[in-house]
Design a protein around this ligand. Structure first.
Ligand code: NAD
Length: 570
């Protein structure tokens, strides 16, 4: 076995997620052995688990379980299926993390209950689920354990996957991530209930940095605490735009000042026109005049424009100041603030000068969406729908079921949905920080046509998310014509987009200009366009063989123009 990959894989998660079966498959693929803590307990004690529960209670069981885990963790080249409650002990988590890669298998409680019933249940869970309302018990137990499951190095949602697919995902994560993330044996040790790695934080494990993203309704109130927890002190240089500053500037200043940060701020005019080298150089001068030092934080308070501009400035001033994203638009929360791309525009093209520069932390106050202009909010939902379509069937169902609550920004469901999107984007970014493995490409679903439409209208007619919504419809049409995308899926996509108020065509844009811009994109990148198409929800495929005629058809339809063969109009 190669030096870097840890020689043990631990599978955590609730009963019914398939841990034992998956452990066997993964072990077989690696030529390792599969272990199961429940089996070890029964073998060593010579008693059945229900019997242990009945005579020694859960406490007695947990002691035997810890012993079984110690035994498993002393071996190498093993895949260990663990009991559902094992993660609740910090000592157990340390045992797994030290030289092991910890993968959590997730599932919705209804699905799990169905599977537990079908299979007669796992030995550990059966005693805990006894009683008149097993589904309620599952819900309660899951809720209690969720913060601990969330500490895992990697999470796989198993609802719609067969066991071999889950095993494949485990192997993929182990190959790609384990050498990097498993270095720190204390990484699972934090108690999720307590501040630091708080249960409200999702983590981005990029190659160059690992950082928390706090997603909360009202997160701004604890901004200074989060900065301090991240080890920041001294001065905070806040960069914002005038719209956002009007709503949140004072609150941010007050929070930071109260925590003894030396604070100053620079407010640029709202709008893409501020995202330039000229503005960046004004920011450099301002930072110089404030005697900004290496350890000082730059706080980007605003939408994606501010995030990109302030991020670019932070990345380059003194070769890098610690950056804190405080995203205030939906697009920035679910997309721009995660992943470390920062840039400014040149007159030739957008985002032409930039860097990969990961923030130190991200503080996402979902309640800021209440002041976001309606059209900006609606536009942001497009990226959310995109994440659901390419990665998360559960999220898509939530969007469909809760659309009314989401549109009125009901705090609980909106926060849950934003947090889930952060996790999804974080997962992709963690696997492919610099767009080298192709994994990050799936995020381009809908973007090929979107870029063409945006360029054709000089970024005037459509907001980015609107263009992406139109682009997703075009991708679905192309997918259907190629026999990749089932018609029912295209309809489902159309329904969810329109229920969120998103457009799916862009009348008035010249399709020839859009097609020309797309051809230019292709020329600049020097390779065939890689289309992201959907086989199913959560099953994107990359295709570089989409015929131009299909593209032309879809773009003309999107622009509301009868298709013309070749030639430019006018
Ligand atoms: N870095 C990345 O990975 C990435 C990804 C996607 C987009 N982007 C970039 O993000 C930018 C677009 O982001 P955006 O859509 O957030 O645009 P934006 O930052 O221009 O914000 C849109 C408008 O909403 C206002 N606003 C933002 N939050 C508000 C709030 N809470 N209350 C009231 N008004 C608010 C802004 O002042 C602005 O007028 C583009 O520059 C794009 O290139 C970057």
């Amino acid at each position: 076995m190669s030096m870097q990959h840890p020689p043990r894989i631990f599978l955590t998660g609730f009963s019914g997620t398939g841990k034992s079966a998956v452990a066997a498959l993964v072990a077989a693929a690696l030529g390792w052995r599969a272990l199961d803590t429940d089996d070890i307990i029964e073998e060593r004690s010579g008693r059945s688990i229900p019997d242990i529960f009945a005579r020694d209670g859960e406490v007695g069981f947990r002691e035997l379980e810890a012993e079984a885990l110690r035994e498993a963790a002393a071996q190498v080249d093993v895949v260990v299926a663990t009991g559902g409650g094992i993660v609740q002990s910090a000592a157990n988590r340390r045992l797994m993390a030290d030289g092991g890669f910890v993968v959590c298998l997730e599932g919705r409680q209804e699905v799990l209950w169905q599977r537990i019933r079908d299979a007669g249940g796992s030995a550990t869970e059966r005693p805990l689920l006894a009683g008149p309302d097993p589904l309620g018990r599952i819900r309660a137990l899951k809720a209690q354990r969720q913060p601990f499951y969330a500490l895992a190095d990697y999470t796989i949602h198993t609802d719609d996957l067969g066991l071999p697919q889950v095993a494949k995902e485990v192997l993929r994560a182990w190959r790609r991530l384990s050498a990097r993330v498993a270095r720190d044996p204390d990484r699972l040790s934090s108690e999720p209930a307590a501040g630091k790695a708080g249960k409200d934080a999702s983590w981005v494990n990029a190659e160059s940095a690992r950082y928390p993203v706090y997603v909360e309704w009202g997160a701004l109130a604890r901004l200074s605490e989060r900065l301090r927890d991240a080890g920041l002190s001294g001065a905070a240089h806040v960069i914002s735009d005038d719209h956002v500053w009007h709503h949140y500037g004072e609150a941010v200043l007050a929070s930071l000042r109260g925590a003894a940060f030396e604070v100053d701020s620079y407010v640029v005019p709202a709008g893409e026109a501020s995202k330039t080298l000229t503005t960046a150089s004004r920011l450099y001068e301002w930072l110089a005049s404030r005697r900004a030092e290496r350890g000082h934080a730059v706080v980007a308070l605003g939408g994606g424009m501010v995030g990109d501009l302030a991020g670019f400035t932070a990345a380059t001033y003194l070769r890098g100041l610690p950056l804190v994203h405080v995203p205030t638009s939906l697009l920035a929360m679910v997309d721009a603030s995660i992943g470390g791309k920062v840039a400014v525009n040149l007159s030739e093209a957008k985002n032409l000068v930039g860097a990969f520069y990961q923030p130190r932390l991200v503080v996402t106050d979902v309640s800021a969406l209440t002041t976001l202009p309606a059209r900006e909010l609606t536009s942001g939902w497009a990226e959310v729908v995109k994440h659901a379509l390419i990665m998360d069937p559960d999220l898509l169902s939530t969007l469909e079921a809760r659309v009314a609550d989401l549109r009125r920004l009901e705090p609980e469901v909106t926060t849950t949905v934003v947090r889930r999107n952060v996790e999804l984007k974080a997962q992709v970014v963690s696997e492919d920080e610099r767009e080298t493995t192709g994994r990050r490409t799936i995020l381009n679903y809908g973007h090929t046509v979107a870029h063409g439409l945006e360029a054709a209208s000089e970024y005037e007619a459509l907001l980015h998310g609107e263009a992406v919504a139109v682009g997703m419809r075009a991708a679905a049409e192309i997918g259907q014509r190629l026999g990749v995308t089932p018609p029912a899926l295209a309809e489902r996509q159309a329904a969810v987009l329109s229920s969120l108020g998103l457009p799916q065509d862009a009348p008035g844009i010249d399709p020839e200009r859009a097609l020309a811009a797309m051809a230019l994109d292709k020329k600049v990148s020097g390779r065939a366009v890689r289309w992201v198409l959907l086989e199913d929800v959560g099953r994107p495929v990359l295709r570089d063989d989409v015929p131009d005629t299909l593209v032309r058809k879809a773009v003309c339809r999107a622009c509301g123009v009868a298709e013309k063969r070749g030639g430019r109009r006018g």
